[in-house]
Design a protein around this ligand. Sequence first.
Ligand code: SIN
Length: 326
Amino acid sequence: MSCRIAGVRLPTPLVLASGVWGTSPTLLERAARTGAGAVAAKTCTLAPRRGHRNPTAIDWGHGLINAMGLPNPGAAEEVELLRDAARRLAALGVPLIASIAADTVEDFGRAAAIVSEADPALIEVNISCPNVESSHGEMFASSAEAAAAVTRQVKSSTPIPCLVKLSPNVADIAAIARAVAAAGADGITAINTMPGMLVDAESGAPVLANGTGGISGAALKPIALRCVHEISGAVELPIIGTGGVITGTDAVEMLSAGAACVGIGSAIVFRGENAFSSILEELKVWLAEHGYRCLEDIRGRTHRGAGAAVVVTNPPPVPGWEKTRA
Ligand code: SIN
């Protein structure tokens, strides 16, 4: 079950996606103890951010929508949290991923240098948060040039390998992936949430205080699979395939689309704190039942041509899951 991403060994292919269990070292440790092969901290910025007003996150029936607004204590305090998390994770052999965001190319470099003081195994460069205004005017993930400029700046600011987190909300994600690869990225996280909106029928008002938010969970999976398939066809970089993975079968699909490992986020909300152990067990059982010996056997199968026709009957993502939302 082990795999490698940017030279870093992960004991399992499941990665705690940034943001879900925040910057709490104890929750990062819990993810590692229950089956995560790497854990990403909540994105931090140079200065602390309060984030948006409530409501900030809602289960809308087919996934989640959130507009947290990158609440975080700022990079200086984040370093202490990362150090604590790194100490806890070292004993478990689970690498820590720091996550950074910034308003300018230069500040991405500064944030990367600061979090590097905690010596995380990897730094995720979040250029794709849909919930914050940037002085850049748009997400850095929106253009190949801007994405490449951030990547170059981060690479020149830290020796720690960096993963660039891309947005699905672009015309050609493969072109963005090629640009960050050429700029020196060591890997890609694909994808961040997809911008969306909930409207309250009675009042006609947006439900989230921020108006719009990012969609994750089951509704995001087909978009994430398409993006991972396109990126893995365009670049050689390892990809953390993230978006709508709720079950072991979803993880199989993500690896088949070309992911090196699989990000887990909203599944924690839908499956509880044992999401990692459940998904890992389901993945192992699926591989054994289908006669595969290792993850490499299924990685990138979408690029090997279509298989036999399959009738999709749209089962609930987790047996019994639909009963919890009556
Ligand atoms: C948020 O804090 O609003 C979400 C973070 C992200 O999507 O990058």
